[in-house]
Write a protein that binds this ligand. Structure first.
Ligand SMILES: CC(C)(COP(=O)(O)OP(=O)(O)OC[C@H]1O[C@@H](n2cnc3c(N)ncnc32)[C@H](O)[C@@H]1OP(=O)(O)O)[C@@H](O)C(=O)NCCC(=O)NCCS
Length: 161
């Protein structure tokens, strides 16, 4: 069974492994196998930093688990920004990204947010557009050859809260 749950400290090593493999192997169109770009992108993706992000009460971190293996990671910041969103290679196009997004969107609604925003990889643009995001500005150069694509989505008011 595939489930999404809040991340815990014990997940740090496996979660960062998912993130690093996702960037390295799935985001090739973004880093173009440029060594400097990849090194800069991966530089802060360490278990120590994951523990910091997890302990920040402004963040909501989730992982996707299947048969005790982590398949994905998502992090939402309380300012309405999705900071991280990565699946393990081989886990794409099974609805897992959508599951992570639903969990982050539900937390955003609980926090009373009216919109979400993020910087997408080139790879993920069609995914976010399928989830109702719209481009919110021109592509931004990040580092090396990496470009980010800003997106935003208005959330429905949550009248049940
Ligand atoms: C982007 C990513 C999170 C998408 O997750 P996913 O689990 O593959 O997406 P889902 O299966 O939930 O897809 C939901 C819908 O999004 C759209 N979609 C997802 N990936 C797509 C793609 N590569 N091309 C076109 N449409 C896509 C489809 O409409 C899909 O619905 P369908 O499969 O019924 O057609 C995943 O591919 C990933 O981790 N990529 C590498 C890391 C990355 O770029 N992360 C984004 C950082 S900002």
């Amino acid at each position: 069974m595939i489930s999404v749950r809040p991340a815990e400290q014990r997940d740090a090593g496996a979660a960062i492994d998912v993130v690093r493999r996702s960037i390295t192997h799935l985001c090739v169109a973004d880093h173009q196998n440029d060594d400097e770009t990849l090194a800069a992108w991966l530089a802060n993706k360490t278990p120590q930093n994951f523990l910091k992000w997890l302990s920040n009460t402004e963040n909501f971190c989730v992982v996707v688990e299947s048969n005790s293996r982590l398949l994905g990671v998502g992090v939402l910041h309380r300012r309405g920004e999705i900071l991280m969103f990565y699946l393990a290679p081989g886990a794409q196009r099974q609805g897992i990204g959508k599951m992570i997004h639903t969990a982050l969107e539900e937390k955003a609604a609980q926090w009373g947010m009216t919109s979400l925003h993020l910087d997408s990889t080139a790879l993920a643009c069609p995914f976010y557009e399928a989830l109702g995001y719209q481009p919110s500005g021109p592509a931004v150069a990040r580092f090396g050859v990496l470009q980010c694509f800003p997106y935003a989505k208005q959330l429905q008011p949550n009248y049940s809260l």
